[in-house]
Ligand binder design. Structure first.
Ligand SMILES: C[S@@+](CC[C@H](N)C(=O)[O-])C[C@H]1O[C@@H](n2cnc3c(N)ncnc32)[C@H](O)[C@@H]1O
Length: 301
């Protein structure tokens, strides 16, 4: 883990927790990270118990330390939230604060950022074999271009893919970023966003199968709720936000409580730049009327 403290400022903290009913029983934080939202909830609702999930072992270690003071009110589960099985347990509040944490971005050895040099890794769960280097160094040009276009919404996807295929193999983040910059027109290089931003987003989403996991989670999560419980999701880019908005809006057992997404206040945006793109969404949803069987059979769905 290096010597850096695991420091992540939770975004939209009060706005998210205000959506959960204060009940005695279980709550589910699907992306516990450093435990910021989780600690605040356990303090605010003394009768609550919380199950904390993360697919990053480093995050889970940090969360265990941070939440130790709450003793057996907290349980942990390491894995992808899309694969979680609740058994008979049902939750009053469920949240997902999507994407990567500040420590994941800030630690060069994790390979998420082009701001510092590191291995081309980008895995949230380091027990999975596939890394960003595998994608960049083995996919054919058309597949890479399509990936960068679809997951990065990058208009120079074809030029970037051509350049990468012509200059690989790549092993580190900065050489990759420099080659992406060299593939785009000079005016684009001088734009507000670093020219590698969108390609890095695309690679990260693909390595971690983030949109596929989110889709599966959105389709399953209503079955994990207590009747009257709420789900909240915080997204950080339009691909996530669209998925959350449409899937929960169309869900037969959920009522969306907020039509417009909640955004961070100007003060929060000033003190935490990550909060600028955060949207707390219509995934803010509530069970309409739901008859629970502990594990609904495929036939009754
Ligand atoms: C933005 S951080 C969460 C920060 C947390 N709310 C806090 O207050 O410290 C997102 C976390 O979600 C985890 N994560 C992202 N996608 C996941 C998934 N599909 N399953 C489990 N964990 C995931 C990441 O590893 C990361 O630690």
């Amino acid at each position: 883990m290096g010597n850096l403290p695991f420091s992540h400022l939770p975004v939209l903290l009060d706005e998210t927790l205000a959506l959960w009913p204060q009940q005695e029983g279980w709550y589910l934080d699907c992306t516990v990270g450093g435990g910021g939202h989780a600690a605040a909830w356990l303090t605010r609702c003394p009768q609550a118990r919380l199950l904390a999930i993360d697919r990053d072992d480093e995050a889970l270690t940090a969360a265990r330390q941070r939440l130790a003071e709450f003793g057996d009110r907290v349980e942990f589960w390491h894995g992808n939230f899309a694969d979680f099985e609740p058994g008979d347990r049902r939750f009053w509040g469920i949240m997902a604060d999507l994407g990567v944490s500040s420590p994941q971005l800030d630690r060069p050895e994790r390979g998420f950022s082009f701001q510092q040099d590191g291995p081309l890794d980008m895995r949230m769960d380091r027990s999975q074999p596939l890394t960003a280097a595998d994608l960049v160094n083995t996919w054919d040009e058309t597949d890479l271009a399509n990936l960068i276009y679809r997951y990065g919404e990058e208009r120079y996807s074809r030029a970037i893919a051509r350049r990468l295929v012509g200059h690989r193999p790549f092993a580190d983040t900065q050489t990759l970023a420099q080659n992406i910059a060299a593939a785009v027109p000079p005016a684009y290089r001088r734009g507000r966003l670093h020219p590698a931003t969108r390609t890095f987003q695309a690679l990260r989403l693909a390595v971690n199968q983030e949109l596929e996991s989110l889709t599966r989670w959105l389709h399953r999560v209503a079955d994990w709720l207590q009747p009257g419980g709420t789900v909240a999701a915080i997204s950080f880019h339009s691909l996530e936000d669209r998925l959350v908005k449409h899937t929960l809006r169309d869900h037969p057992h959920l009522t969306v409580l907020t039509k417009k997404p909640l955004m961070a206040s100007p003060d929060e945006q000033k003190s935490n730049p990550r909060a600028r793109s955060a949207k707390l969404r219509g995934p803010v949803a509530k069970l309409r009327s739901h008859r629970f069987s502990p594990e609904p059979s495929p036939i009754s769905r």
